[in-house]
Design a protein around this ligand. Structure first.
Ligand code: G4P
Length: 192
């Protein structure tokens, strides 16, 4: 997606070989007009997938997922990274390990927000090792949903997530693919 790549080129910052900072427009300050266009693009890419629900993992996935769900006119389900005290009935959980943070969390959802056979489009802001997306897919499937697409805003394609998800059989589309990072240099995978 050209507009997103231009934003990354202009405002993104490669902190080191692993981390791309995009907090100026994506996950701290949020460029709502860009999010609107990201929602349009996901809706276009998955228009033929028969999507009945969008899902994401809190917190930074919510903005693009909300725009996408709005455009597709389907409900949005936000998977939680921890269960609250009031969330104790018919709850499903799966453990996810974050390599970036070097710790695990329990991805959690209420069974009632997934209908049997729901065709789910999973949206997230970043794809690195794929643990969050694989965990979210596990949970959605456990709840009776079908993961019918995975939409990623930025895939760091030099890390294993994209390959792992595709090898697991998921239809994954990324709006921007990063081929490599070096301090103050961002290399994209050419579109196409
Ligand atoms: P994985 O799911 O693909 O295995 O990724 P990992 O656990 O390693 O990533 C964990 C968190 O780090 C995620 O946010 C993800 O968005 C974020 N992240 C990964 N790589 C980058 C990067 O290069 N730049 C930035 N800015 N973030 C990155 P999170 O902890 O779930 O945070 P949030 O969604 O609550 O904000």
């Amino acid at each position: 997606m050209r507009e997103l790549e231009d934003k990354i080129r202009t405002f993104g910052k490669a902190l080191n070989e692993d981390v791309l900072l995009v907090d100026m427009f994506l996950n701290h300050q949020v460029d709502c007009e860009l999010m609107d266009h990201i929602g349009d693009e996901f809706a276009r890419l998955f228009a033929d997938a028969g999507i009945t629900r969008v899902a994401t993992v809190e917190a930074s996935g919510i903005a693009p997922a909300l725009m996408c769900a709005l455009k597709m006119r389907v409900p949005l389900l936000v998977l939680k990274k921890s269960a609250s005290a009031i969330m104790n009935e018919n709850v499903l959980q799966t453990e996810v390990f974050s390599f970036t943070k070097q710790k695990s969390y329990l991805l959690t959802m209420k069974q009632e927000y997934m209908l049997p056979g729901d065709r789910v489009l999973l949206i997230d802001d970043f794809l690195a090792n794929g643990e969050a997306a694989l965990g979210a897919s596990r949970l959605i499937e456990q709840a009776g949903g079908i993961v019918s697409g995975i939409g990623i805003v930025i895939s760091k394609s030099f890390q294993p997530g994209l390959k792992r998800l595709r090898e697991a059989g998921y239809n994954v589309k990324a709006l921007a693919e990063i081929a490599g990072l070096q301090k103050d240099h961002i290399e994209f995978v050419p579109e196409g």
